[in-house]
Each structure stands twice: as structure tokens, then as C-alpha cells.
Design a protein around this ligand. Structure first.
Ligand SMILES: [Zn+2]
Length: 425
């Protein structure tokens, strides 16, 4: 096999990895870059047979719009639904790709490749790594993963029973170089949220991805522990609806202690996206039931009773006493720095510097800390490890000095030599 990292060898996000053998090739991830200046990858020139998408984050699937509709795209079924939801709520047309859905642990063929997806603990739902086999060789693409989330048992089981005889491992290293970040689990985040919810006189807002199910569970649990009601916007309610069809533990909006803010100016934008779509008929019926819906006026009357996940904080703040209000910012700090990120949020950046509102940054990464990267690597023991999804590939050489690290540049061809099923001469 030959591996070419078209993008991702030297940056976090925008991952595109081509695996070739003979005339055949597949692409693992087709991601949009996070930064402003990154170059683009022209998928049309790669002549690929199929695409595998590891998880529903834009920096891993954002380029599939550019694919010819005939190219098969393999993805987890829930991940496919989450991407479709993003398209609907951002007002974009549905994707026209030729989707195929895989299941964790079920191998499939894209001749001559054999692919085995395995579930990972990450900040996206339905996130996978892949074992790819061809030419008697085996490689692993780690995907984005961590070992400190609510699904950390998946990580522990994986390293207890690791895949054997791996010739090459492409291992993500987002956290390489982020040495100042403290090791915190979702339970730690929950405890810190409870403290803020208990100490704040008025309403508390939550800022996090509406698709980060671990964090939504954390927030719901913190709401309950502090005696507050968790309030979600229409989009988040829809994500909870999708996930509750697959996972019993999802905090669905019909549960006690959770309500949908589906009326008023803050809800208008989401409502307009789904009101004429018959696919949402039952959902709309459900969210507007008296026991599930809440209004802005109700929140304004007793703000201390609520923990609110809503993307229009600016609208809601006008109805509240700002000096009594808190904001829990629970995502990467880079989204508040214009130079770091395309998705820079100027409204939130303004709130952060507003002295009237108490702004709390309570977050832990969706990516593995260094000590867990060590555990992962020591379990798999690949013949070669190649850095990906990192700005600090060169640091792998020193950090993982007992392993054979090969740093390759974007666009460079990496040839796997030998193979486990071949006799080594
Ligand atoms: Zn990710």
C-alpha cells in the first residue's frame, strides 16, 4: 500500500488521506480546513474509488460536496443523519452523495481493500477509526479519539484487545503541543458546571456544539444536580431526537427537567428551516406540546431556574438582568480568536469581553492527552507510526522515542514495505 496525506500531516483539521494499491485507491476523510489560510485539495484529480468518513465533524467530511455523486461514501448511519441535520438547519441543500452505511466491527470490501471500522470515544457521535488491509499489509487510521469521555470504556477495551500485526498507524496528535491543558474528564466538567449553576443568581447559558452528545449529557446532569431545568433550542432538540432513536441514555426533550425554547425571536430561525418540511411534522407536534415547550417570558420571570443551550444568547440577554447572568463556554477557545479559526464567533467574543456577564470557560478536549496517546501506541505496537491531525508532528519523534516514527509532509508518498502476511526475506 501507498499512503499520501494530502492535508493533515501538518495541521489540525482538513484531513484527507489517500490509500493506494495498484490502480485502486480510497480516500479516508475529506475534511475542510479549520484555518483561513490552508490550501484546498482538489478531490476530482485524485481518481478515487470510494471515500470513508470517520466522523461527522466538518474538518473530516466538509469536502464531500465536491465529489461526483457516483463516488461511494462510506459512513456511520447516525453520522449521516447528523450531517443531514446540519445541512437542514444551516439552510443548505441536502447532500447528493452515494452513501453506504457501515457498522462498528463489521468488515467490508472496497476491492482490493478490506476495511474494518471500530468505534472510538470522541466529541462527535458515531466516530470511528479504520483498519485497512490490502497487499498482505495492515494499517490503522486512528481517527479523532480520546480516552477521557463518557465512552472511555471503548478506548479501554480497544487497548486491552488491540489489533495485531499493524504495519503502520496514522495517529492523531491534536494535543501534542497543548501542554498547558489539564487532564479533565466529563465528570470533572460536570462538577465545575454544578458549581457555576449553584453560584449564579440568574440564568446560565451554555455554549457548546449541539452535536457534542457527551457534553449535552454532562450539562443535563449538572442541571439536575443544581435543581435547574435544562433548556435547549430547536436544533439541539432535533439532535437529541436523532440520538435517542439509537441510545437509551440520550437526554430527550420529553424527559422531566428538559424543555425546548421553541417560541419567540430566539427560536424563529430554526423554526423557519423546518416548518414546511413534512419530515419534521411529528417532531414539531412534539416540541410544541405544553409539557415540552418553554417561552422566553417564562425564562425571564424566573431565570435562576434555567440552564440554557441556545445559539441566540444576544436576543435572550436583552430580557434578563445581565449582571446576574452567567455563560459557560464549553468548547475550544480558538473559536474566540479570529486569527485561529474560520468559524470565529464575533457575538461570543464580544460577550467574553463584556464585563456585565460572568464568562466561565469549562471544557475538556475531544482529543487524547499525551499519556493516552502513549497507552494507545504501546498497545498497538505498529511497525511505523505516522503523525496526522497535528501541528507538532516533529515532536512525535522525541515523545514516542521507543517507536519508529515517520514524519511525512502533505503530498509526500509513503510506501509500506513488507507486510505481515508476506514472508520477510
Ligand atoms: Zn473530530
Amino acid at each position: 500500500m501507498e499512503i499520501i496525506i494530502h492535508r493533515g500531516a501538518e495541521e489540525i483539521g482538513g484531513s484527507c488521506v489517500q490509500i493506494k494499491t495498484g490502480q485502486h485507491s480510497i480516500l479516508i476523510d475529506a475534511g475542510l480546513p479549520l484555518g483561513e489560510t490552508a490550501s484546498t485539495v482538489n478531490l476530482a484529480t485524485l481518481n478515487i474509488d470510494a471515500v470513508l468518513i470517520s466522523h461527522p465533524h466538518q474538518d473530516h467530511y466538509g469536502l464531500i460536496d465536491d465529489l461526483a455523486p457516483s463516488v461511494p461514501v462510506y459512513i456511520g448511519k447516525i453520522a449521516g443523519k447528523l450531517i443531514a441535520a446540519t445541512r437542514i438547519f444551516t439552510g443548505r441543500t441536502p447532500l447528493q452523495n452515494n452513501f453506504h452505511y457501515f457498522k462498528a466491527g463489521s468488515s467490508f470490501e472496497i476491492t482490493p481493500f478490506r476495511i474494518t471500522p471500530f468505534l472510538v470515544d470522541h466529541s462527535a457521535s458515531d466516530a470511528f477509526g479504520f483498519i485497512v488491509e490490502a497487499d498482505g499489509q495492515r494499517m490503522i487510521y486512528s481517527g479523532d479519539f480520546r480516552a477521557h469521555g463518557r465512552k472511555r470504556k471503548i478506548f479501554e477495551n480497544f487497548i486491552k484487545h488491540p489489533p495485531q500485526n499493524i504495519d503502520l498507524l496514522l495517529m492523531e496528535g491534536t494535543m501534542m503541543g497543548r501542554n498547558g491543558e489539564k487532564y479533565q474528564t466529563e465528570a470533572d466538567i460536570e462538577a465545575q458546571m454544578v458549581n457555576v449553576l449553584n453560584d449564579t443568581v440568574g440564568a446560565v447559558f451554555l455554549v457548546c456544539s449541539g452535536q457534542h452528545i457527551d457534553r449535552l449529557c454532562t450539562a443535563f446532569r449538572a442541571s439536575r444536580r443544581s435543581g435547574r431545568t435544562f433548556v435547549v433550542d430547536i436544533y439541539t432538540a432535533w439532535i437529541l431526537q436523532i440520538l435517542s432513536e439509537h441510545f437509551d441514555s440520550t437526554p430527550h426533550f420529553t424527559l422531566k427537567g428538559i424543555r425546548v425554547l421553541a417560541r419567540g425571536a430566539s427560536a424563529k430561525n430554526h423554526y423557519l428551516k423546518i416548518k414546511d418540511n413534512s419530515y419534521f411534522k411529528q417532531f414539531i407536534n412534539d416540541i410544541y406540546k405544553n409539557e415540552n415547550v418553554i417561552t422566553e417570558a417564562e425564562i425571564a420571570a424566573t431565570p435562576h431556574q434555567y440552564f440554557i443551550k441556545n445559539c441566540r444568547i444576544d436576543v435572550l440577554l436583552k430580557k434578563l438582568n445581565q449582571q446576574q447572568t452567567g455563560i459557560i463556554y464549553s468548547q475550544w477557545s480558538g473559536y474566540l480568536e479570529k486569527e485561529k479559526c474560520k468559524q470565529f464567533d464575533w457575538r461570543l467574543a464580544a460577550l467574553k469581553s463584556d464585563s456585565d456577564v460572568a464568562f466561565h470557560h469549562i471544557h475538556t478536549s475531544g482529543h487524547a492527552f499525551k499519556q493516552d496517546l502513549h497507552r494507545y501506541l504501546n498497545a498497538i505496537k505498529p511497525k511505523v507510526v505516522v503523525p496526522i491531525h497535528t501541528e507538532c508532528g516533529d515532536e512525535y519523534v522525541k515523545e514516542f522515542s521507543s517507536h519508529h516514527v515517520k514524519v511525512i509532509a502533505d503530498g509526500e508518498v509513503c510506501q509500506l514495505v513488507g507486510g505481515n502476511n508476506r514472508e520477510v526475506k
